[in-house]
Design a protein around this ligand. Structure first.
Ligand SMILES: *Cc1c(COP(=O)(O)O)cnc(C)c1O
Length: 390
């Protein structure tokens, strides 16, 4: 299916709503019936008709069709957060006594579910270094029911070979789940590489304006229908119509925004690599990246996230660098219009800061939609400020 068709036309029937170009927000909790027989049919199969907006809603439906098509999936569900999509994907595929193999350092709240919530129900987890595919085969036990992936992985952007791991999992009858937030479906389609369930935080690139929290979970029609009829409707964490409408609006400009962010990222990377205060730059599609070949094989782009290591003897130097930025905001998240900086040292107590550990001196930069020169000037000024310190 054509990308332009998915974004501009798919699932939109303008004759249904006054030929309006922008779809309506069907802000209703429930839907009325004229016949008891129709109501009965809806009770028997809520996935087939409009009954109640915790389940299906027409505005959300437009979004679902587009997002599933972007993922190359048969179907998808949209949640009120990426975290809710993670929870539903995992909860739907484990039971007491089961074992999960997860990439080490999955997203914070995935890790919390694995370490704190699931053990209460007798589900255990092993973490493996995902850059080595054999680590997954070695960690699989007879009771392993799920492999959890995130590629690129948080912070240093380590990749997993998705098609190789999907193959190992299939041989063992194990479900694979992959967090695809980093790439968005435009730059990576894990379903086409054999992954069973792919999820993303739509808060990031899909929304694109830092004003909506949402998550997407895509997979086979059968799997998604099963999740709809149990976890989705039971937890009640589906997206609201207004937020779905904001995501449809975000999708209209997704390819344009990503193209721009990609181009700016490359300019910022050249600047950072040439700066004497920068020890190292990590970016999956940079030829210096250790897994560059794999990145080229399974990703079409790496977007606006850059990780770099600053030369500094103290946490204070890094704090001054961040606080000296005049345009780049210091905040979590990414994928919006605005550039963001996040220093690793914010998660480390000052007395535990170890300047000999490069990770402690690392920063995550998200490049937004500003002019590249505007951002480079801001970074350059902050480097000058810390140079003047010592
Ligand atoms: C932000 C994020 C999530 C969680 O998404 P929310 O929409 O914030 O709930 C999950 N995985 C990754 C990799 C993320 O960056």
């Amino acid at each position: 299916m054509d990308l332009s068709y998915i974004i501009n036309e798919l699932a939109e029937d303008r004759d249904e709503y006054f030929r309006a170009v922008a779809p309506p927000i069907i802000q209703t909790s429930n839907f009325a019936f004229k016949k008891v027989a129709d109501l009965r049919k809806s009770f028997e199969d809520e996935y087939a008709d409009w009954l109640y907006s915790r389940g299906l809603n027409p505005t959300v439906e437009i979004l679902r069709k587009k997002l599933a098509a972007l993922d190359g999936a048969e179907d998808c569900l949209v949640f009120n957060s990426g975290a809710a999509a993670i929870f539903a994907a995992v909860l739907a595929n484990v039971q007491s006594g089961d074992h999960i193999v997860s990439v080490s350092n999955p997203y914070t709240w995935a890790r919390k579910m694995f370490d704190v919530i699931l053990p209460r129900f007798g589900v255990s987890v092993s973490y493996v270094n995902g850059t080595v595919t054999e680590n997954f085969s070695k960690a699989i036990r007879p009771e392993t029911s799920l492999i959890y992936l995130e590629s690129p992985n948080s912070w240093f952007f380590d990749l997993q070979d998705l098609s190789a791991i999907a193959k190992i999992a299939k041989e063992g009858g194990i479900i694979t789940v992959c967090d695809n937030s980093h790439c968005s479906p435009l730059y990576q389609q894990p379903i086409l590489l054999g992954i069973d369930l792919v999820l993303q935080s739509a808060t990031k690139y899909i929304g694109g304006h830092s004003d909506t929290i949402a998550g997407v979970l895509s997979g086979s029609g059968k799997m998604i229908e099963r999740i709809f009829n149990s976890e989705y409707n039971t937890i009640g964490s589906g997206i609201q119509p207004f937020n779905a409408w904001l995501l449809i609006r975000g999708l209209r400009t997704l390819p344009t925004r990503l193209e721009r962010v990609n181009r700016t990222a490359h300019e910022v990377i050249s600047f950072l690599k040439g700066h004497p205060r920068v020890e190292k730059v990590n970016y999956p599609l940079d030829p210096d990246f250790p897994q560059y070949e794999l990145a080229k094989k399974q990703m079409k782009g790496a977007g606006g996230l850059i990780n770099f290591i600053i030369k500094a003897n103290s946490s204070q130097t890094i704090e001054t660098f961040c606080e000296s930025l005049e345009h780049i905001l210091m905040a979590v998240s990414w994928g919006g219009h605005e550039s963001l900086i996040l220093p690793k040292c914010a998660g480390i107590k000052p007395e535990a800061f170890d300047p000999s550990n490069p990770e402690h001196r690392s920063l995550r930069l998200y490049v937004g939609l500003e002019e590249p020169g505007y951002l480079i000037q801001d970074l350059d000024r902050a480097f000058t400020t810390i140079n003047n310190l010592s």
